[in-house]
Ligand binder design. Structure first.
Ligand code: C2E
Ligand code: CA
Ligand code: CA
Length: 395
C-alpha cells in the first residue's frame, strides 16, 4: 500500500498541514490543491488513489455541489473522504448528493478533529482501498479471471421467458467478486475494453450454443462500450465469431447506452448500421439518462429501447416516474421499437407496466443476474413447460 497517492483539496492552511503530515506518516504520497476549479482542470493528469475534498471552498471558486456534480458526471470511482468545517447538516446533504451520483464516499469528517482521529480514519480506509490498476486488469484478461452472469427477461403480455442480458463480473482467484461498475471505465480508458468484450462475446456465444442444445430458445443481449463504436471492423469480427459457432445473428442483441450514441464518436452510425445489416439486433440502453435528440433516435438503427431502471424502481408510488415512463413508451412505440423496462423489483411495478403496454420486463422481481448453474436452477423452479414464468417462487 506504500506510495498510494492522496489528493487533498482544501483552502485552509491549517487543515492542509494536519492532513499532509498524517498522510505521509501513513505511507501516502499527498499532493495539495487549494481550489476546486484547479482540481477540475488538472484532474485528468492526476488520477489519485484517494481524495479528501474539503467542501468549504473559497468564494469565487466553484462550490461543493458543483464539484460533486463534476465527479458524478465523470463517473469517478476514486474513493473520496468528504470534509467540512461547517455544520453537520450541510455535510450530510452533500454526502447524500454524492451518493445519488454514485460517488465512492468512504468517510465524512467534520473539522476540527485531531491528527490522531484523522490517522485512525485513514488507517481504516487503507484496508478497503483496493485500487485496481491496469496491470491487474490486463492479467485478468489474459488469465480469463472473469465470469458471466445472466439476467432473465420476460415478455410482459405472455409472461414467456424470451432472453437474458449478459453481465460480466471479475473474479480474482480467492478474492471477492468485482462488479463491472468498478472496472469498465478503467477497461475503456486503457484500451482493454476490446479484448475484454471479445472474451464476453465468445463466452456468451458458447453459452448460447449450450442453451440451444438444452432446447432453450433464448436471445442474448451483450453490452457494448461506446469505445467500440468507432471501430469500423468490429461488426466483421463479431459476425465471424457467430458464423464460426453456427449461430444466427438474430439471436444476438447488442446494448449500447443512450449517452454512448449521443456522444457520437466517429463512425458510430456506420458501426451500428453494419451490425444491423449483418442481422444482429440493437438496443438503446439506459434510455432517459442521455440526451438523444429525436432526429438521432429516428436515424439510429435500433430495434429496442430499455427504459433506465431509475424510472422503473419505485414507479408504483411515484407519479412523476409514471408520466415519464408513459411518455417514453409512447415515443418508443411510435418509432416502432420494442420497449424493455429494467429494474422491475415488485409485483405492483410489473402490473403497472402491463397496464401501460410495456413489452418486456427485467429486474430483481423476475430474477437477479445469475451464474449459468444458478440460471438452470431458476429455470427449473420458475419456468413452466410452456416457457411461462411462474412468479413468487425463488431459487
Ligand atoms: P446495465 O447494462 O444497465 O445493466 C443492468 C444493471 O442493473 C446490472 O448491474 C443489473 O444487475 C442491475 N439490475 C438488474 N435488475 C435490477 C433491479 O431490479 N434493481 C436494481 N437495483 N438493479 C438491477 P451490473 O451487473 O452491476 O452491471 C452494471 C453495468 O455494467 C451494466 O449496466 C453495464 O453498463 C455494465 N456492464 C456489465 N457487463 C458489461 C460488459 O460485458 N461490457 C460492458 N461494456 N459493460 C458491461
Ligand atoms: Ca445493459
Ligand atoms: Ca441499463
Amino acid at each position: 500500500m506504500t506510495g498510494k497517492s492522496l489528493l487533498i483539496l482544501t483552502a485552509s492552511e491549517e487543515i492542509s498541514l494536519l492532513l499532509q503530515k498524517a498522510a505521509v506518516k501513513n505511507g501516502f504520497v499527498p499532493f495539495l490543491l487549494t481550489s476546486g476549479l484547479g482540481l477540475i482542470s488538472s484532474f485528468d493528469n492526476i488520477k489519485p488513489d484517494l481524495m479528501i475534498l474539503d467542501l468549504d471552498l473559497e468564494v469565487g471558486d466553484i462550490d461543493g455541489v458543483e464539484l460533486l456534480n463534476h465527479f458524478g458526471k465523470a463517473q469517478c470511482k476514486i474513493p473520496i473522504m468528504l470534509l467540512s468545517a461547517g455544520d453537520h447538516k450541510i455535510l450530510f446533504s452533500l454526502n447524500y448528493i454524492a451518493l445519488e451520483k454514485k460517488l465512492n464516499i468512504i468517510a465524512n469528517m467534520i473539522y476540527p478533529f485531531s491528527a490522531e482521529e484523522f490517522e485512525y480514519k485513514l488507517s481504516l480506509t487503507k484496508h478497503n482501498l483496493s485500487v485496481i490498476d491496469v496491470e491487474d486488469l490486463a492479467s485478468a484478461i489474459e488469465n480469463k479471471h472473469f465470469i458471466l452472469h445472466y439476467q432473465p427477461k420476460i415478455e410482459i403480455k405472455t409472461k414467456k421467458w424470451i432472453g437474458v442480458e449478459v453481465l460480466i463480473r471479475w473474479q480474482p482467484p480467492g478474492q471477492r467478486i468485482i462488479m463491472p461498475d468498478d472496472f469498465i471505465s478503467l477497461a475503456e480508458e486503457s484500451g482493454l475494453i476490446l479484448p475484454m468484450t471479445i472474451w464476453v462475446i465468445k463466452q456468451s456465444f458458447e453459452d448460447l450454443l449450450r442453451f440451444q442444445s438444452e432446447n432453450l430458445n433464448l436471445k442474448i443481449a451483450v453490452n457494448l462500450s461506446s469505445k467500440l463504436l468507432s471501430d469500423i471492423g468490429f461488426p466483421d469480427e463479431v459476425l465471424r465469431l457467430a458464423k464460426e459457432m453456427n449461430l444466427n445473428p438474430e439471436q444476438i442483441c447488442f446494448e449500447v447506452t443512450e449517452s454512448a450514441t449521443s456522444k457520437q464518436p466517429e463512425n458510430v452510425l456506420e458501426v451500428l448500421l453494419r451490425l444491423r445489416l449483418k442481422g444482429f439486433s440493437l438496443s438503446i440502453d439506459d434510455f432517459g439518462t442521455g440526451y438523444s435528440s429525436l432526429v438521432e433516435l429516428q436515424r439510429l438503427p435500433f430495434n429496442e429501447m430499455k427504459i433506465d431502471k431509475s424510472f422503473i424502481m419505485g414507479i408504483e408510488s411515484t407519479e412523476m416516474n409514471q408520466s415519464i415512463v408513459k411518455a417514453i413508451l409512447y415515443l418508443g412505440h411510435t418509432l416502432g421499437l420494442t420497449l424493455v423496462a429494467e429494474g422491475v423489483e415488485n409485483v405492483e411495478a410489473l402490473s403497472l407496466l402491463t397496464e401501460l403496454n410495456c413489452d418486456v420486463a427485467q429486474g430483481y422481481l423476475i430474477s437477479p443476474a445469475l451464474p449459468i448453474d444458478e440460471l438452470r436452477k431458476w429455470h427449473k423452479k420458475n419456468i413452466a413447460d410452456d416457457f411461462t414464468w411462474k412468479p413468487f417462487e425463488s431459487v
